[in-house]
Design a protein around this ligand. Structure first.
Ligand code: R7I
Ligand code: MG
Ligand code: MG
Length: 372
């Protein structure tokens, strides 16, 4: 049995880890490099750490969060306020947040969803997302990047089906492409497993458990598809099921994550970005986040003095590409596994809205421990 103290540290670690990954990762996001040398990432991290030492608040630089955290904050706030999922409320929070602070670096397509939601007064909150990209829905990582509060909210149930249902709904408010939904699920399962984990991290068993959950998901979706196809034959134009998206099952991707995480010597960042991806597509970024968390439990050249949480963030950023999003997802998993105590105070002091993350974690923990 996990002590209450350990659990709250894990809840806080997950949300703070996500914020820090976003804030520090976004320093590099605009570069879209295939990889970034570890030394270069360390130089920025040094700057984050030295700024924290300044005593004069006015003079001290604070690294700001992007859309990843803006949306995660809305997920947390809405779940806490409504004590569950209220799709209209959450959709309204996403949209209002965007119009209040449109400069946070949102994805190009999702802005259309926020506009349509607002114009339709949130009457059918799932419709605008379903209309994206000719009715196929966005395959972007915008669902996965913000999902961590859902894993915390559903923790008590300890039932993958409950978490799956919640994540599916939260994601479909903006992303309906199956690959985006399953990417958000993979991220939420990884956070859930990390919250429940303790002791030494075993790469193989973590991957196996993740794969077991994804397999269940993929099998149940395949069954639904089969049923749908049967109906479609009677009414060929009624249901849109296909897109030209390259479909690769996440269960297969997990095999590749495992191979990369266990490979000796450690693969280069270029190799990881080729094999797992570091793009804006969910299936080409969630795997890199899970990989970073797993790999950071092993020795990494040039990161000898860093703890596994720090290594996770630095490694995730060094992979290049969508750095804020990969680091926010990796940071959430690592924070959930290792707890708040492993997250440097200096990083917390140099990043925006860490206090709010701590408050949301306390509230979500309360929901999980109350008898209601
Ligand atoms: O997924 P989303 O919220 O973007 C999140 C990313 C993160 O990196 C954030 O940090 C931020 O920088 O943005 O936003 P969407 O607009 O839904 O998807 C992102 C992009 O993926 C779109 O603008 C498209 O370029 C591409 N995309 C697609 N392109 C063609 N067909 C997503 N789905 C499709 C598609 O079906
Ligand atoms: Mg972002
Ligand atoms: Mg990003």
């Amino acid at each position: 049995m996990m002590s209450g103290e350990t659990l709250i540290s894990k809840f806080k670690g997950a949300l703070v880890g996500a914020v820090l990954g976003d804030c520090i990762g976004s320093i590099f996001e605009g570069l879209w490099a295939k990889s970034i040398a570890i030394e270069k990432v360390l130089k920025k991290v040094d700057k984050v750490e030295s700024e924290a030492e300044k005593t004069d608040d006015e003079d001290r630089k604070i690294w700001e969060y992007t859309d990843d955290t803006a949306m995660a904050r809305s997920v947390a706030k809405s779940l806490i306020e409504k004590k569950g999922l209220d799709p209209k409320h959450m959709a309204q929070m996403f949209s209002e947040e965007y119009f209040k602070e449109p400069f946070r670096g949102y994805g190009g397509g999702v802005i259309t969803v926020f506009t349509k939601l607002k114009e339709s007064h949130y009457l059918d909150p799932f419709r605008p997302a379903a209309e994206q990209f000719d009715g196929c829905g966005s395959y972007g990582n915008g669902g996965a990047m913000r999902i961590v509060p859902a894993s915390l909210f559903a923790y008590k149930e300890n039932d993958p089906k409950t978490l799956t249902g919640l994540v599916e709904q939260v994601t479909k408010l903006t992303h309906t492409h199956p690959s985006a939904v399953d990417g958000a699920l993979l991220q939420s399962y990884a956070v859930d497993l990390a919250l429940r984990g303790s002791g030494e991290l075993k790469i193989e068993s973590f991957c196996d458990e993740l794969q077991k959950r994804m397999k269940e998901r993929e099998e149940s979706e395949a069954k639904k598809d089969k049923k749908k196809k049967g109906k479609e034959e009677d009414q060929p134009d009624m249901i849109k099921t296909s897109s030209d998206f390259p479909s690769l099952a996440y269960t297969e991707i997990i095999d590749e994550i495992k191979k990369c995480a266990l490979q000796d010597p450690i693969p280069t960042s270029e190799e990881i970005s080729e094999r797992l991806g570091t793009d804006i597509a969910a299936y080409r970024s969630v795997p890199a986040a899970v990989y970073s968390f797993l790999r950071a439990s092993t020795d990494i050249n040039k990161l000898e003095g860093r703890n596994p949480f720090e290594k996770t963030i630095i490694l995730a950023i060094s992979l290049g590409g969508d750095t804020d999003t990969i680091a926010t997802m990796a940071g959430a998993i690592a924070g959930a596994w290792y707890g708040l105590e492993t997250i440097p105070q200096s990083w917390q002091r140099s990043c925006e809205a860490v206090d709010d993350a701590l408050t949301f974690a306390t509230e979500l923990h309360k929901i999980n421990t109350s008898d209601e």
